[in-house]
Structures are given as C-alpha cells and as structure tokens.
Write a protein that binds this ligand. Structure first.
Ligand code: SF4
Length: 443
C-alpha cells in the first residue's frame, strides 16, 4: 500500500484542551502509528508530552494532567522525511524573541535538504532532522505578524503541507496553496478545532464547519477568526485521501469519503460486469467499494476474509520484514464462504502487488473456483513526491508490467482497474492531484 504521512489536530478555547487533542489523535491514529505528541499552552507557558507508539500508549491520565491550558496542538506521525527518534517527534516548539511557538505539520517540504543547507550557511542551527524545524527556522527569519510571516514562507515553500501552529493566545491553521493534504475546521460551543479529518470531530462531539481552503492561513484568537491567503495555485488535492487514506466517516475536500468510495464501487460495476457467485472486499480498506459494486451489479456481498484488528495497517510499518509478517497474519480466509465459488475480490489499489498476490493465494488454497480482482482506482505507475511514501518507480507493479502481466503475476483469472474517468465521476469535483496515475506533476 501507499504509506500515509501524518495526522494533526488543534484546539483553541477549550478547558482541558490536551484531553480533546488526545481524543482527536486517537481518531486520527490510522494516519501514523510511529509516534504521538501534544503541546498545550496556558498563557505564555507551553507544556509538552511526546513519545514513540500509539496515542493510547504515549498518553496516560497523569501525563495528560500535566498538559495544562485551554489551547493545544497534537500530531501522530508516520516518518517520511526523518528517522524515528525522539527529537523528531512532533509537535516541535521553539522560543523566539521572548515567545514560544509550536508547530505540527503534515506533508513534505520540497527541496528540504537544500533549504536546510542554505539556512545553515546563513548561521541557523538545527537540532532535529524534521522538515518542521525548517518551517520554524524560516518563520523566525521573517519579520512582522506571524500570519504574514507564514504567508511569505508558504509562498516560498509551495509545498504539500497542512499545519497547525500555536503562539501564546493564538492558534493558526494553514493548507498549502495546492491543497494537497486535508485540514478542516470544527466548533463546539465557544471552542474551535482543526483536524486532518473530520472523523475526529465526531468523537469529541464537535460540529464540522468547513475545510480550511487551499492556501488559507486561518487565525483563531480572542478577536475571532481571520483568514489570509497565500498566492493562488491550481488545486491539487490528493485523491488518495478519498481512495484510501482518510476514514470513511470523514468529510474530506468537502465531500463524504464513504459516499465517494461507494460510488467508486458502483462505477467499477458499471465499467466491468462479471458472472460471479459473490463479491468480497479486501477488508477493511475496500469494504465500501465492494458494497458499491454489489449494489450496482446485484452480485451478493460476502466477507471471505476476516481481518485481525490486533495488527496495524500493513503499510504503516516502515520495515519490509515486519510488513511481510503482518500481511500473513492479518487476513484469514473463510472456507465455507469461498470453496467452489466464483469470486470477485475488490481492492482499493495495488502498489507493489506483494499483498494482493498473497491474498489471492489464500483464497485459492481454500478452494475458490475462479478469482477476478477488480481495483477501484487506476494503475499506480508513478511515485508520489508530495509527502506520501511510495516505493521508487521500478517497484510499482503497474510501472513495470501491463495489465495481463500483472494478472498472471497475481495469479487471478481476471483483472480490471477502474478508469480515471470513473474515479473522477465518483468524486464529483475537479481539483485533484492524479500524479501517481498520470505522472503529471505540478511541483
Ligand atoms: S501523487 Fe498520488 S498520493 Fe501523491 S499527492 Fe498526488 S494523488 Fe496523492
């Protein structure tokens, strides 16, 4: 699978803000499982707890009590740009001209190494390997109001990022001008929340208000909410948020992830009909697409795999050895459902193909008569340079084989990918990045 980047969450004006952030991070855990951190603020004083592991492992009732104040930001991390070590765990904070700032960031900084070298030549000292520190140091170099500093830095970076930033009394949320990574605004009473995905608002009983717009820098403080915009660019929102990354109970890019996935399955059924006894998903990531396929085609939906919920999402593990092990223990086929049956297996995407091949083998072993594999997105032929940790081009299955070669490699009787047009019809809106399908890079 493609590898996720991170999840960010921020709270302004809420008693026990850190507890709300903890719940928010819990809901965003699927976006990163390597580390978690929260920094809270009471007046000018900041408090921090960070550690390796899941949010539920890092935070305890006692360390949450130490995170005082009515404002806080948090982060769950999958390492894309720097090795996993304590100093790289976000949010990062710095003291500067008598104030503290803290930043949690999701995405990547283009030409990060060169930017860092340039700053170092100018005398800037770095204490972490994180891209986030580059943003902090670039902000520190600028002059004037922080929101204007962030605009100038955002215009210069032109990256693929969303971030939340905290200053005494002020929460700032920003999305890059292309809008690659998601970020939305929520409210509960007088308190405001920002989150990578709206599913976190459901958990804390907050209301989803709207997406932060591409290029928007939104400030929340005692005077209310203000917005400033970076230089306008053509929108390139990551369509993989709708295909796979985001939770189906989220609203992302102003649309329901669940509805988009259901429609992907329906489109797939309209494009590719097949005689079969049952349709089944690769759980859980293709559950809704398989439901859509079943509804549209009339082929009954069954669950031929039981997924273990005691291992993380396969792709989030950074080492190949662990990933292989986890794939094998994650899915268990049900013989009673599959034996002697013509099966349509639905998956959301194929990256290297190693997991799909193993799953097909498992279905064969329990006696399925025929296996068709239908993918609810087009072939991934190109790597991502916008914060998603994809394999290099030559390791992408669809980059080195045509569809029939892939079919043979995976050991299926039939293989079909949803067309790009079908995918876009499912999302009912323009303004997406499709670079991993088309190779059309904007940066
Ligand atoms: S290249 Fe693919 S994964 Fe990367 S931002 Fe674009 S759509 Fe998303």
């Amino acid at each position: 699978m493609l590898k996720e980047e991170c999840g960010i969450f921020g709270v302004w004006g809420c008693e026990k803000a850190a507890e709300m952030v903890f719940l928010g991070l819990f809901a965003l855990q699927h976006r990163g499982q390597e580390s978690a951190g929260i920094i809270s603020a009471r007046g000018r004083k900041f408090f921090s707890v960070k550690g390796a592991g899941l949010a539920s492992e890092v935070f305890t009732s006692s360390n949450l009590k130490s995170l005082k104040g009515d404002m806080a930001i948090g982060h769950v991390r999958y390492s894309t740009s720097a090795r996993t070590s304590r100093e790289n765990i976000q949010p990062l904070s710095a003291d500067f001209q008598n104030i503290s700032i803290a930043v949690a960031h999701n995405g990547n900084i283009p030409r990060a190494k060169k930017r860092k070298e340039k700053l170092e030549k100018e005398g800037t000292v770095f204490s972490t390997g994180s891209d986030t520190e580059i943003i902090i140091k670039m902000l520190a170099r600028e002059k004037g109001e922080w929101i204007h500093r962030l605009k100038r830095v955002g215009d210069e970076l032109k990256g693929a990022f969303s971030l939340v930033m905290m200053l005494p009394g002020k929460l700032i949320a920003a999305r890059d001008p292309f809008g690659f990574r998601p970020l939305c605004l929520g409210r509960k009473g007088d308190a405001f929340f920002v989150s990578s995905e709206s599913c976190a608002f459901n958990l804390i009983g907050a209301e989803y208000i709207r997406d932060i717009k591409p290029g928007e820098i939104l400030t929340i403080d005692r005077t209310g909410i203000k917005s400033l915009y970076m230089e306008k660019q053509v929108e390139r929102q990551c369509i993989f948020e709708l295909i796979y990354f985001s939770r189906p109970d989220s609203i992302v890019f102003s649309q329901s992830v669940y509805s988009a996935r259901l429609e992907m399955g329906r489109e797939l059924a309209r494009e590719k009909k097949a005689e079969a006894d049952l349709v089944m998903p690769v759980p859980d990531s293709a559950n809704i697409q398989a439901l859509g396929y079943s509804k549209e085609s009339g082929v009954p939906l069954e669950f031929g795999f039981i997924r273990s919920h005691y291992v993380g999402r396969t792709f989030i593990e950074p080492q190949q050895r662990i990933r292989d092990f986890r794939t094998r223990i994650k899915h268990s086929p049900i013989k009673d459902v599959l034996k002697g049956k013509r099966v349509i297996l639905i998956d959301d995407s194929i990256v290297r193909g190693t997991t799909s091949r193993k799953l097909v083998k498992l279905i064969r072993e329990v006696g399925a008569k025929e296996i068709s594999l239908f993918i609810a997105s087009p072939p991934i032929k190109f790597p991502c340079f916008y914060g998603i940790d994809t394999p290099v081009r030559k390791h992408l299955l669809a980059n080195r084989m045509n569809t029939d070669e892939i079919r043979k490699f995976l050991g299926v009787d039939d293989l079909y990918y949803l067309s790009l047009e079908g995918l876009l019809n499912s999302c009912r809106k323009t303004g997406y990045c499709l670079a991993c399908f088309t190779g059309d890079y904007v940066l």
